[in-house]
Design a protein around this ligand. Structure first.
Ligand SMILES: Cc1cc2nc3c(=O)[nH]c(=O)nc-3n(C[C@H](O)[C@H](O)[C@H](O)COP(=O)(O)OP(=O)(O)OC[C@H]3O[C@@H](n4cnc5c(N)ncnc54)[C@H](O)[C@@H]3O)c2cc1C
Length: 383
């Protein structure tokens, strides 16, 4: 792998960095306080091609490779994880999954709208009773003539109240466990689908996280994505690449923590000199910097494997596990550099820590990543 970025990759990185400085950074504190990212950001992300990265141009995508996708995701995560999550889910989990598994008709129906930002996607896997054990979900899809009728509840759905389409996983056959799960593309204005915003999150406060309730939601059989019973494979393949995107977002958080810690340490004076002179403060900053580099390299390796068509699932779990834990450590170390000021909203470290905390939980907790890696190493499944 060549660690030197190409001119094209540098250009997209610069574009994302400038976009963050102009359209995100000035609003971050307000969006966090009001629990509401300005939804107009979605069309702006689409206009720059950030919602179409890696999607073929014939479907409205902006092409590009997965390293470019990670570079943009890192910059967005450096700016605001709530905005980064919009892209990771609508593009990373929904559009890319439609591109990989969808029929020609499904691609034509959804991809141009999702890549332009005219529509937003959400990913409905988790339920109140099944998180890590997603293969045992109980939302039910019953065949009725040319339709399916779906009943169930989905929990913690990112973009949930904003989305125009939900990639939803439901049990459609009596086959045991994950074998009975199928995937459906459901417009969110379908009668019987209601959404409730989940308030009071520790972090990602600006993000539209929702509970989705489906009561006799009727969709045509053509709404099924991929063959019947393949839904769990669809979900797992989406999440494997999704973990790369979360990891890249975590690199962004850790980089933001480093930027903030360096800036503050160079200004704040104690004992007659800036705190950057104190070696124990340097230790905190050094620890953050090593976490940034290690997380970034693990993440770029996944992008490289994906782009070369090599197996990447275990590498993605390693990157997600390390980068998410590193983001929490980095934000916590940055907060320590700020001292008491780190504990109040006026300074960035507290929000970075609150936003980082969910990264070890969603798209597979750290424990689940360890089981995935352990299974690959030993050949023995703990599931
Ligand atoms: C802000 C936010 C956004 C989210 N967005 C989405 C989304 O867009 N779409 C979606 O479908 N889901 C989403 N989720 C859900 C998320 O993926 C789940 O919360 C996560 O998978 C964990 O499931 P759980 O919360 O039910 O925890 P549980 O699965 O109940 O786990 C609880 C604890 O037990 C541990 N544990 C469970 N099983 C094992 C095991 N076999 N071995 C060892 N330890 C184990 C876990 O690691 C964890 O520490 C989101 C969650 C949050 C908080």
């Amino acid at each position: 792998m060549n660690l030197e970025l190409s001119e094209e990759q540098r250009a997209v990185q610069r574009l994302a960095r400038d976009f963050v400085a102009r359209e995100i950074t000035p609003h971050v504190v307000e969006w966090d306080r009001t629990e509401n990212v300005d939804k107009s950001i979605v069309k702006k992300l689409g206009a720059l091609g950030f919602l179409g990265l890696t999607i073929p141009e014939e479907y409205g995508g902006s092409g590009g490779d997965h390293l470019a996708y990670c570079l943009v995701t890192e910059e967005l995560g450096r700016g605001d994880s709530s905005v980064r999550g919009i892209v990771s889910v609508s593009l990373g989990l929904v559009a890319k999954t439609i591109a990989a598994w969808g029929s020609e008709e499904q691609k034509q129906q959804w991809l141009p709208r999702l890549t332009s930002g005219e529509a937003i996607g959400c990913f409905g896997l988790t339920e109140p009773g099944t998180g890590s054990d997603a293969g045992n979900l109980i939302t039910k899809a019953v065949r009725d003539g040319d339709d399916y009728v779906i009943n169930g509840t989905k929990m913690f759905i990112t973009n949930g109240t904003w989305a125009d389409v939900v990639l939803l996983f439901a049990r459609s056959t009596d086959a045991p466990g994950h074998q009975g799960v199928s995937a459906f593309l459901i417009p969110t204005d379908t009668p019987g689908l209601t959404r409730r915003t989940i308030h009071g999150k520790l972090g990602l406060r600006g993000q539209a996280t929702a509970e989705l309730v489906l009561e006799d939601v009727r969709v045509p059989a053509s709404a099924m994505l991929a063959p019947e019973g393949k839904g769990f494979s669809v979900a797992m393949s989406a999440l494997a690449k999704g973990r790369m995107s979360v990891a890249a977002g975590c690199v962004g958080i850790a980089q933001a923590a480093l930027d903030a810690a360096l800036s503050y340490a160079g200004e704040r004076e104690q004992f007659g000199k800036t705190i950057a002179h104190h070696q124990l403060v340097q230790e905190l900053i050094t620890d953050i910097a090593v976490d940034v580099d290690a997380a970034r390299l693990l993440t770029w390796r996944v992008a490289d494997l994906v782009d070369r068509g090599e197996p990447f699932v275990t590498a993605a779990s390693k990157a997600k596990l390390f980068a998410s834990e590193a983001a929490v450590r980095a934000a916590n170390n940055a907060l320590q550099v700020y001292g008491g000021y780190g504990y109040i909203d006026e300074y960035p470290a507290g929000k970075l820590l609150r936003d980082a905390r969910v990264m070890t939980l969603y798209e597979g907790t750290s424990q689940i990543q360890k089981l995935v890696i352990g299974r690959a190493l030993t050949g023995v499944s703990a599931f």
